[in-house]
Design a protein around this ligand. Structure first.
Ligand SMILES: [Zn+2]
Ligand SMILES: [Zn+2]
Length: 136
């Protein structure tokens, strides 16, 4: 990836648009119950990005914040409910991007499954990536 790579992304309704001026970190598949509920899915697909690389270019007023725990704030579109990023107080320099909202093709693949210990009982993981019961 070139140093001046810019990724773009948007929510489902297109009201929120963002840019990332830098690298996207390792993609984690999180099976914890909170991610499942926040997304309505088997797992969330998240990757760390630097706060300083992230810019909302449209619709910042639509971004709603919800603190799901004392240390985690989830940010989503108040119009279409698409999750965009989460903020963790223990890593203030990083956001956790919900990579399903990217519009730029992402070349890297997921690296691991986390919180497999609390995955949904109906889910079967069908790949050979490392699995961790919580966050390694
Ligand atoms: Zn939206
Ligand atoms: Zn999670």
């Amino acid at each position: 990836m070139s140093a001046d790579q810019i990724y773009t992304g948007s929510c489902l309704c297109g009201g929120i648009r963002y840019e990332i001026h830098g690298e996207i970190g390792p993609v984690l598949l999180c099976h914890c119950q909170r991610c499942r509920k926040a997304n309505g899915t088997a797992y969330a697909s998240n990757a760390p990005i630097k706060v300083s690389d992230f810019r909302i270019t449209q619709g910042e007023h639509l971004l709603k914040k919800y603190s799901s725990t004392e240390t985690t704030t989830r940010c989503f579109c108040s119009e279409c409910a698409a999750p965009i990023i989460s903020i963790k107080t223990d890593t203030p320099d990083l956001y956790r991007l919900r990579i399903g909202t990217l519009d730029t093709p992402l070349q890297q693949k997921p690296t691991q499954h986390i919180f497999v210990g609390s995955k949904a009982e109906w889910e079967t993981i069908c790949d050979d990536l490392p699995q961790y019961d919580t966050r390694p």
